[in-house]
Design a protein around this ligand. Structure first.
Ligand SMILES: Nc1ncnc2c1ncn2[C@@H]1O[C@H](COP(=O)(O)OP(=O)(O)OP(=O)(O)O)[C@@H](O)[C@H]1O
Ligand SMILES: [Mg+2]
Length: 247
């Protein structure tokens, strides 16, 4: 197995709140990790540290062999670490297709005053992404017109345009009706499998976790309290009491 991401001794305090408390963590290529934890446990903070949005007080992060602890989000994306957000970060005034084009431009960094956005990217690649996430029919609608589930999908698809090796998704199914969660995850996971992208998603729905994850890590108060197979972690007494019992 090849290690894709490694964190050592990561700590971060926000005033008196310990959001990361000496986290040691390793992710191997090919894993599908689900991160669970009560509200405020530090799941998003850990993602923000790994993706360069927040600097830790202490500790080091390596991604794909590079020390990324002091790198910017843009530099980290270019190394192949993509993310989607708890609240989708879309260009709401643009169409679905243009959002994907902007995603592709984010990778190449090539946007010229003299060429249109559409002419700056590979149209076939955009078509393929639209197909993959089932948004072809809505390609010319403004992103703002999409229901929450499709906004989440579009946010993931934009991150995929960056051709990441690892995609971290912060609550891809939050705000999505329970009956639509599995459909959304099926689409996302099929797209990730097709591109052989390692993934990690934050999720509160136990059924979604056990169905789509090969590994689960449970966060409690800025620490990883349990880490292993879904069966092992979901049956851990502390996780049952302090994570699953809170919802
Ligand atoms: N920018 C910030 N400034 C101050 N405190 C913060 C900041 N970001 C997070 N925190 C605090 O750090 C702790 C961890 O927050 P974080 O957002 O990482 O939790 P989470 O596990 O993602 O929760 P949720 O399930 O609600 O998304 C919380 O107590 C939160 O209030
Ligand atoms: Mg969060």
């Amino acid at each position: 197995m090849t290690t894709l991401l490694r964190a050592e001794g990561l700590s971060l305090k926000f005033g008196g709140v310990v959001a990361a408390d000496g986290i040691d963590f390793t992710l191997e290529e090919g894993e599908r990790l689900a991160v669970i934890g009560a509200n405020g446990a530090g799941k998003t903070t850990f993602i923000n540290i790994c993706t360069g949005f927040i600097r830790p007080d202490a500790g080091t992060i390596w991604f794909n062999g590079h020390d990324v602890t002091s790198k910017s989000p843009r530099q980290i994306v270019r190394l192949g670490l993509g993310r989607s957000f708890q609240l989708p970060q879309l260009f709401v005034d643009h169409t679905v297709r243009q959002c994907l084009e902007l995603g592709a431009v984010g990778r190449s960094g090539r946007l010229s005053w003299f060429r249109s956005l559409a002419a700056s990217v590979d149209a076939v690649e955009v078509d393929h992404a639209l197909e993959l996430v089932g948004l072809r029919e809505r390609a010319h609608e403004p992103a703002s017109s999409l229901p929450e589930g499709l906004r989440k999908l579009l946010d993931v698809a934009m991150a995929l345009m960056l051709q990441p090796k690892l995609l971290i998704m912060d609550e891809p199914t939050s705000g999505v009706a329970s009956e639509d969660k599995h459909g959304l995850m099926e689409t996302v996971m099929a797209a990730l499998d097709e591109r052989k992208v390692t993934s990690w998603f934050v999720e509160h729905d136990v059924e979604v976790v056990t169905r789509y994850a090969t590994r689960v890590a449970a966060w409690i108060s800025g620490r990883i309290a349990a880490d292993g197979t879904p069966e092992h972690v979901m049956n851990d007494e502390r996780v049952k009491r302090e994570v699953l019992g809170t919802r």
